[in-house]
Each structure stands twice: as C-alpha cells, then as structure tokens.
Write a protein that binds this ligand. Structure first.
Ligand SMILES: N[C@@H](CCC(=O)N[C@@H](CS)C(=O)NCC(=O)O)C(=O)O
Length: 208
C-alpha cells in the first residue's frame, strides 16, 4: 500500500493513525502541497480533486478522501472493530464521519488553516469567525455524546473516533479554547492510550 500524504495534514494523520492501530505496513509518498504538487497531472490522475490523502491499494487501485480510505481500511483489515457492519452500527459511525466533514472540516480544520496561514483551497472558503462558530458546534456535539459515553459510535473506538480526533486535538493551532469540555479531554486521553497510538502532528512550540 502507498499513502500519498504530508506530515502536518490532519486528514492524512487520520489514515496513518488507523494504519498504526491496525499494525499494517505501508509506504509514505510525501506530496509537497506548498509547491503545488497536488495539481500536477500525474497526481490529479490519482485524485481529480487535487487533495491528499490518497491511498493506492496493494492491487493498485487509488482511493481518495480520508473518509473513503478509513472505510476501506477498516473493512479490509479491521474485521468488525473499526467499522462494524450491522446497519445501525454503521449508521452511528457515519453520523460522526458527517460531523467531521462538515462542522469539523469547515470549523476546526479551516480555522487552523486560516490561523496558521497555510496555503490551500480550504482557507479561501470562509472566514476565521465563521470557522470558529462551526468549531463550537462540533465541540458541543462531541462533548454531549462523550459526557456519558467513552467512544463516539460504539462501546469501543471506531473510525468515528479516528476521524473526529485529529482536528479537535489540534484546537490550539486553530486558536480555539477547549476549557469547558472535560469529556473531550478525557476522550483524548483514552484514544492516546490505545495500543498503537501515534502522536497527532502538532507544530513545535515557537514554530511560525
Ligand atoms: N475531504 C477531504 C479533504 C482533503 C483535504 O482538504 N486535503 C488537503 C490537505 S489536509 C489538501 O490536499 N489540500 C490541497 C489544496 O488545498 O490545494 C478528505 O477528507 O480527504
């Protein structure tokens, strides 16, 4: 398997985290977003959206979008643990994947892109204030569930937790506060203690 990625990308980290939990070996292919490598013809053949992550499977099929890749890896290598296959469990996972790709992406993740001045299309789609408002909705929704449950979609971690964790955990880089959300902090600690966990790509303190 090959993963086209970049260290600082939270979307790519979702995939690296699941692969680490699964204990699956893979090759990393760095994509220099700041130099526009995502718009090169050979990359656009892999992902017409011009975004990372992209996974090329052992059979040579390219899969783009972090959600699609999580679904593929969870079902291919994770038995029933990371994406249970019964209809209700699957729906419960999907609702958190939807939160992540809406309030998460246009909230917490976009606030990080804007606050850090990162290049890329996402930062052009809205303001910092709009992003922070959406992030608050994401945080409140997560806190509501986690106040009386250990995990988002089941009684064990699933790809719902893996998808929602990275940009939430990167909240300081988005210029957001998470003081009033004790259940989210407790969930961070549970996921960070899960066997195989690899650290979220925080920028070193003092980095510009
Ligand atoms: N919904 C997509 C979003 C992927 C995405 O936004 N990727 C960013 C890096 S985190 C990217 O490749 N940006 C390239 C650009 O904006 O030109 C996913 O979950 O994979």
């Amino acid at each position: 398997m090959k993963l086209y990625d970049l260290e600082r990308s939270g979307n790519c980290y979702k995939i690296r985290l699941l692969l680490a939990f699964l204990g699956q070996a893979y090759e990393r292919v760095p994509v220099a977003l700041d130099e526009g490598a995502q718009r090169a013809a050979e990359f656009v053949r892999l992902n017409p959206r011009g975004q990372i992550p992209v996974l090329v499977t052992d059979e040579g099929t390219a899969i783009w979008d972090s959600t699609a890749i999580l679904v593929y890896l969870a079902r291919r290598y994770g038995q029933e643990q990371w994406l249970p296959g019964d209809p209700l469990s699957m729906a419960r996972v999907m609702q958190w994947l939807a939160l992540e790709q809406n309030e998460g992406r246009y909230g917490t993740a976009r606030a990080r892109v804007i606050a850090l001045g990162l290049k890329g299309a996402l930062g052009q789609t809205g303001t910092l204030e709009e992003s922070r408002r959406l992030a608050e909705i994401a945080f409140a929704t997560l806190e509501g569930r986690l106040t009386d449950h250990a995990w988002l979609a089941a009684d064990h971690p699933t790809i719902a937790d893996i998808a929602c964790y990275p940009y939430t955990a990167l909240y300081p880089e988005s210029g957001l506060a998470l003081d009033g959300y004790p259940a989210i902090h407790a969930w961070f600690a549970r996921l960070e203690a899960w066997p195989g966990y690899i650290p979220v790509p925080r920028r070193p303190v003092g980095a510009g």
